[in-house]
Design a protein around this ligand. Structure first.
Ligand code: GTP
Ligand code: MG
Length: 223
C-alpha cells in the first residue's frame, strides 16, 4: 500500500491515536542539525511559547495539533527529532509513513545549511516517495549574526524542489505559515493520488486552514 492508500485507511480516524475525532491524520516530521530550533519551532506552533534555554532532544518526541480546512478536521501528529548524530538510527526509523517534512537549518550556522543536502538524501532514502518537504531557515530574528543569505536558502530549496520559508520560532515569524503550506501541499498531492475531497486542495476557493472548528450545523428549519 502506498502512502496515500495508507492515509485513506486512516481517514475516518478509526485506526490511529486515542482521539478518534478527525477526518484526516497527517504525520509530519521536523528534521535538521542539532540546535537549529526544531523543538522551539514546534513549541511555538503547538503551545505558542518560546524559551531561550537549550535542552537538546533525546531521541524523538511528538505533539498533536488539530487544524480545520473547509470544515474537515485534520489531526497533525508532529514528530520532533533529535538532531544529534548518535540518535540517527532511532530517528530515521520514523521517516517511513511521514507525509511531510520540515527540514530546518539555522541562518547563523553555516554547517547546518551545508548539511541540508544530506538531510534531503536521508528523506529520499528512508521516507515515502510522495512525502512533501518545506525547507525552513530558522532564527531570522538574528540578523546581525546571519551567515546564510536568503537567496542561497531560496536557491537551494528550488534546486531540491522544496517550498521555502525564512522563519523565527522566537519572534513567531512564518511558523504557522510553514505548517499551513505543508498541509496544503500534502492535500494537493493527496487529491492527485486519490479521488479525494476536492475541498481539501489549496487550489479551490475558501480553503484557508484555521485552528477553529466550524460552527455547528444548524438543523434545517421546516417552517
Ligand atoms: P536538538 O534537539 O538538539 O536537535 O536541537 P533543536 O533543533 O531542537 O534546537 P532547540 O529548539 O532546542 O533550540 C536550540 C537553541 O536555539 C535554544 O537555545 C533556542 O532558544 C534557540 N532558538 C530556537 N529558535 C530560535 C529562533 O528562532 N531565534 C533565536 N534567536 N533563537 C532560537
Ligand atoms: Mg530538539
Amino acid at each position: 500500500m502506498d502512502l496515500y492508500g495508507k492515509m485513506a485507511a486512516t481517514q475516518d480516524g478509526k485506526q490511529e491515536g486515542s482521539d478518534q475525532n478527525f477526518d484526516y491524520m497527517f504525520k509530519l516530521l521536523i528534521i535538521g542539525n542539532s540546535s537549529v530550533g526544531k523543538t522551539s519551532f514546534l513549541f511555538r506552533y503547538a503551545d505558542d511559547a518560546f524559551t531561550s534555554a537549550f535542552v537538546s532532544t533525546v531521541g524523538i518526541d511528538f505533539k498533536v495539533k488539530t487544524v480545520y480546512k473547509n470544515e474537515k478536521r485534520i489531526k497533525l501528529q508532529i514528530w520532533d527529532t533529535a538532531g544529534q548524530e548518535r540518535y540517527r538510527t532511532i530517528t530515521t526509523a520514523y521517516y517511513r509513513g511521514a507525509m511531510g517534512f520540515i527540514l530546518m537549518y539555522d541562518i547563523t550556522n553555516e554547517e547546518s545549511f551545508a548539511c541540508v543536502q544530506d538531510w534531503s538524501t536521508q528523506i529520499k532514502t528512508y521516507s515515502w516517495d510522495n512525502a512533501q518537504v518545506v525547507l525552513v531557515a530558522n532564527k531570522c530574528d538574528m540578523a546581525d549574526e546571519r551567515v546564510v543569505s536568503v537567496d542561497s536558502g531560496r536557491l537551494l530549496a528550488e534546486q531540491l524542489g522544496f517550498e521555502f520559508f525564512e522563519a523565527s520560532a522566537k519572534e513567531n515569524i512564518h511558523v504557522k505559515q510553514t505548517f499551513e503550506k505543508l498541509v496544503d501541499i500534502i492535500c494537493d498531492k493527496m487529491s492527485e493520488s486519490l479521488d479525494t475531497d476536492p475541498a481539501l486542495t489549496s487550489g479551490s476557493p475558501a480553503t484557508k486552514l484555521t485552528d477553529n472548528p466550524p460552527p455547528p450545523q444548524q438543523p434545517n428549519c421546516g417552517c
